[in-house]
Design a protein around this ligand. Structure first.
Ligand SMILES: NC(=O)c1ccc[n+]([C@@H]2O[C@H](COP(=O)([O-])OP(=O)(O)OC[C@H]3O[C@@H](n4cnc5c(N)ncnc54)[C@H](O)[C@@H]3O)[C@@H](O)[C@H]2O)c1
Ligand SMILES: O=C(O)C(=O)C[C@]1(C(=O)O)C=C[C@@H](O)C=C1
Length: 366
C-alpha cells in the first residue's frame, strides 16, 4: 500500500534513507529541512516527491516519520510531537547516534497516535550533507532499534518493512546498553582520533616534515577526525557520562603503558600488543555478533589511472560481489594496497585465485 513518509533532516543519513526508500517502495516521500538548498537539491534529484518547511502539517499527513537532524535538533522535534494534533496513527523513528536522550524525550510524547521506535544505523562516513547521501550506505550494516516499552511487535515489523531495502541487519537494544556500547566502539575512538591529530599538529611546530610523513597508519587511525565537528560535539555531550568514564579508563591505561616503557618491560608490552592484535583480527573474522563478518583480501596495485577499475572488472566478470573497497596507501608512482572485503570465505578465496592468475600480488589474513 502506498504510504506517506516524512524525512526530517535530509543530510548524509536522512538523504541516504530517503534515496533508499524511494528506490525500493512506491511511497510518497516528503522532505523537511531547515536548509532551502538541501530541499531544492533533493527535489531536483528526485530524492523526495515533496519539499516542505512546515514540519507540523507534513507530519500530520505522514504514516512514517524519520527524524534525521543533528541529535539536539531531533530532541527538539520529538518534544514538538506533543503539541501536534494527530488524526491518524504514525510511526516515528530517528537515526541519532545516542539513544538514552532520545528515548527520554520520546517517553513523554503524549499522543495516542504516535508510536516511537528509536533507530540508529551503524554506518556512515566522515562526510556530511545531501550531496554525500547514497542509497546503499546501510547495506550489511547493523541497524539498532530501541522501541518504547508499549510498542507492539507489529509496529516494529512495519518499520523494518519500510527499511528492508537498505539490506541492513536489525538489532534490538535497550537505550542504555546502546549508549554504553557505541561510546566504546564509536564515540570515544572519535575523540582519540581528534586528539592524535592535535598531537601531530603541535609537533609540526618543531618538525616541519610531519605532514609529509603521515602515511597509511596515521591516515587509517585518524580518518574519522575529518568528520563533521558540529555532529560530534552534539554526540559527545549527549553521551557525556559514558565518555567521561571511558576517558578515566583510558588515562589509567596510558599511565600503565608509560610505566611499561619506563621500566623497560618488553614482555608485558609484547603481550599488550599481541592481545590487541588478536582481538582486532577476530573482529573481522567473527561469524556471529553485532559486528558483521567480512572476509578481507589485500591486493597490491600501481598508482596508475584505471588500476582500481581493472581489479573490479576482473572480479565482476567472475560475478563476485565486493562488500567494501578501501585504498590503504597510495604514494605517487609506487605500489599501493587495496583492501577488498567479501561477505563469505568462498568469494574471498575465488577472488584470491583469479587475481593471482592475472598476476596480482595478494594477501589474505588467516
Ligand atoms: N554521519 C554519520 O556517520 C552518522 C551515522 C549514523 C547516524 N548519524 C546520526 O544521523 C544524524 C544526522 O547526521 P548526518 O551525518 O546525516 O548529518 P548532516 O549534517 O549530513 O545532516 C543533517 C541535516 O539536518 C538538517 N537540519 C539541521 N537542523 C535541522 C532541524 N532543526 N530540522 C530539520 N533539519 C535540520 C541539516 O540542514 C542537514 O541537512 C545525527 O543525529 C547523527 O548522530 C550519523
Ligand atoms: O564511518 C564513519 O566515518 C563513521 O564514523 C560511522 C559511524 C561510526 O562511528 O562507526 C559514526 C557515527 C554513527 O553513529 C555510526 C557510524
Amino acid at each position: 500500500m502506498k504510504q506517506t513518509v516524512l524525512v526530517a533532516g535530509l543530510g548524509l543519513i536522512g538523504g541516504s534513507l530517503a534515496i533508499n526508500i524511494k528506490q525500493n517502495t512506491q511511497h510518497h516521500i516528503i522532505g523537511f529541512d531547515v536548509s532551502k538548498n538541501t530541499l531544492d537539491y533533493s527535489i531536483m534529484n528526485g530524492i523526495i516527491d515533496e519539499a516542505t518547511t512546515d514540519f507540523d502539517s507534513a507530519i500530520q499527513k505522514a504514516d512514517f516519520c524519520i527524524l534525521a537532524a543533528p541529535v539536539s535538533k531531533t530532541v527538539e522535534l520529538i518534544e514538538k510531537l506533543s503539541t501536534i494534533d494527530f488524526h491518524k496513527p504514525i510511526i516515528v523513528s530517528d537515526v541519532s547516534s545516542v539513544k538514552s536522550a532520545i528515548m527520554d524525550a520520546a517517553s513523554v510524547v503524549n499522543s495516542e497516535h504516535v508510536t516511537f521506535i528509536g533507530g540508529h544505523p551503524m554506518a556512515g562516513s566522515h562526510k556530511k550533507g545531501i550531496q554525500a547521501a547514497k542509497g546503499h550506505l546501510f547495506e550489511n550494516a547493523i541497524y539498532i532499534l530501541t522501541p518504547v516499552d508499549a510498542c507492539s511487535d507489529a509496529k516494529v515489523e512495519a518499520l523494518k518493512d519500510l527499511l528492508k531495502g537498505t539490506k541492513c541487519k536489525f538489532l534490538q537494544l535497550e537505550p542504555k546498553e546502546h549508549d554504553e556500547m557505541t561510546s566504546v566502539i564509536s564515540h570515544f575512538p572519535h575523540l582519540i582520533a581528534s586528539s592524535l591529530v592535535h598531537q601531530a599538529k603541535n609537533w609540526q611546530n618543531t618538525h616541519a616534515y610531519i605532514p609529509k610523513l603521515a602515511a597509511g597508519g596515521f591516515r587509517d587511525i585518524t580518518r574519522i577526525a575529518s568528520s563533521n565537528p558540529a555532529m560530534w560535539q552534539d554526540i559527545f555531550f549527549h553521551n557525556r557520562e559514558g565518555m567521561g568514564s571511558l576517558l578515566e579508563d583510558w588515562i589509567k591505561e596510558m599511565s600503565a603503558l608509560k610505566s611499561l616503557l619506563e621500566t623497560g618491560d618488553k614482555v608485558s608490552m609484547y603481550h599488550y600488543l599481541e592481545q590487541a592484535k588478536e582481538y582486532r583480527d577476530g573482529l573481522d573474522g567473527q561469524k556471529k555478533g553485532a559486528i558483521p563478518s567480512f572476509y578481507d583480501m589485500y591486493v597490491d596495485i600501481f598508482d596508475q589511472p584505471g588500476a582500481l577499475l581493472k581489479v573490479v572488472e576482473i572480479l565482476a566478470k567472475e560475478e563476485i560481489s565486493i562488500n567494501n573497497i578501501e585504498i590503504l596507501e597510495i604514494r605517487e608512482g609506487i605500489t599501493g594496497v587495496l583492501r577488498l572485503s567479501f561477505q563469505n570465505k568462498n568469494d574471498q578465496s575465488r577472488s584470491n585465485q583469479v587475481l593471482k592468475q592475472h598476476g596480482y600480488e595478494t594477501m589474505i589474513e588467516d
